[in-house]
Unconditional design. Structure first.
Length: 400
């Protein structure tokens, strides 16, 4: 079967959850089908990663467009201003490009596609160009994320803008769900929310994020006098990450004994509001790294203080697969196989995080127990070996 795979950004390097999810989905699809990829890059420098995707698909075409603020705030401001005069929210409108539209038309003219696989909701802005059955892979319930953003935002102007964006995004997401032939969600919770939004009996399948693991942390131990090392991993340009980390530092970490704990923050694009914490002797704002395993190796526990979002946190599934115990909020662990106190620790209030971290400081056996149970959960539910089979089942149902 020949598939046109549309996604937002070139899914390499594997430096954020969206790219990781997309990469392994693409790899699984390509195992049994001819897959042509069409996506954006932020600048010409990203062309160097094209070869990594060419290895796992039939062919790849790319369109250059600024989509991340660090490359050009001016371009994104222009997109935002233009979006105000359209029916599209900014988070969708910024992915529109005449060149991308031209490429979609051209590829469909040159090749006969059995299926169009739309990876990420924003690529549905090209819905009127599609000539084949469409599967939409919803990484999140996007309107739900925006709703949670404006509800927690304290700045009045940002709250108003967030509300307007939410209403436009809600309308677009409802439309998109009813425009496609089949939908993939990451969790049962997301499926139920998407069913409510679509208001139809459109088939929605649940496929959790599946990944490959090339590293497993060894036995966890802490030397006498050594601080308990806490790890936070996440791209800071994604608001739920920067919001959650700020909350964690201000409400939790600042209240721990600085002689017993230290924090490592790994992730690209940290804003000034985050980097300022580097001044503290026990907080290390590392920034972007090519290999997070070196920090998983030295740290004792991973934290996911996320209060906004939907979908599945790739960072928790990665933590499961690599053997680093995790403390997460309920929203952070939403949709994931969790057993509190067994394969993960759930904490929602500052006091719960503080209590859990203080207990773990003196309890290496509990850390190792959680690590081992998390590894078993990964192998049963989230290893990439099961992904291709699940995708093929869905595709066969759609193309009967």
């Amino acid at each position: 079967m020949r598939i046109l795979f549309l996604t937002t950004l070139l899914p390499y390097p594997l430096d954020n959850g969206g790219k990781i999810k997309t990469f392994y989905t693409l790899k699984a699809l390509s195992a049994d089908h001819e897959v042509d990829v069409l996506c954006f890059i932020n600048n010409k420098k990203d062309n160097v990663y094209k070869k990594n995707i060419s290895k796992i698909c039939n062919q790849i075409d790319i369109v250059e467009k600024v989509l991340i603020a660090k490359y050009s705030k001016k371009s994104l401001l222009q997109d935002f201003t233009r979006s105000l005069f359209t029916k599209y929210p900014y988070v969708i409108y910024k992915f529109y490009s005449k060149e991308m539209a031209k490429k979609i038309i051209e590829l469909q003219k040159n090749y006969s596609y059995d299926l169009i696989y739309v990876d990420h909701l924003p690529m549905m802005i090209y819905h009127n160009l599609f000539n084949s059955p469409v599967i939409l892979d919803e990484h999140n319930v996007e309107s739900l994320i925006m709703k949670r953003f404006y509800e927690v935002e304290k700045n009045f102007i940002k709250k108003i803008i967030g509300y307007i964006e939410y209403k436009k995004l809600l309308s677009f997401e409802k439309f998109a769900l009813n425009r496609v032939d089949r939908i993939i969600s990451l969790s049962l919770q997301d499926k139920q929310e998407l069913e409510r939004l679509s208001g139809s009996d459109k088939p929605i399948d649940v496929i959790p994020i599946c990944i490959e693991s090339n590293y497993v942390k060894g036995q966890i131990h802490r030397q006498e006098g050594e601080k308990l090392k806490i790890l936070f991993v996440g791209t800071m340009s994604w608001y739920p990450n920067s919001h959650g980390l700020t909350w964690f530092i201000e409400e939790v970490f600042s209240k721990l004994d600085e002689n017993k704990f230290e924090l490592y923050v790994v992730g690209g694009n940290p804003p000034a509001s985050i980097t300022k914490w580097n001044e503290k002797s026990n907080i290390h704002i590392v920034g972007y790294v090519t290999d997070v395993n070196q920090y998983i190796d030295i740290c004792h526990v991973n934290v996911v203080p996320i209060f906004i979002g939907s979908g599945l946190r790739v960072k928790i599934i990665e933590a499961y697969s690599k053997g680093i115990p995790t403390i997460s909020t309920s929203i952070g662990a939403e949709g994931i196989e969790v057993r509190n106190g067994e394969n993960i620790i759930i904490a929602n209030e500052p006091e719960e995080f503080i209590s859990s971290l203080n207990e773990l400081y003196n309890n290496m056996s509990l850390l190792n127990h959680i690590k081992n149970e998390a590894l078993k959960t990964y192998e049963t539910h989230y290893s990439v070996s099961v992904l291709a089979h699940k995708l093929n089942q869905i595709i066969s149902l759609q193309t009967k």
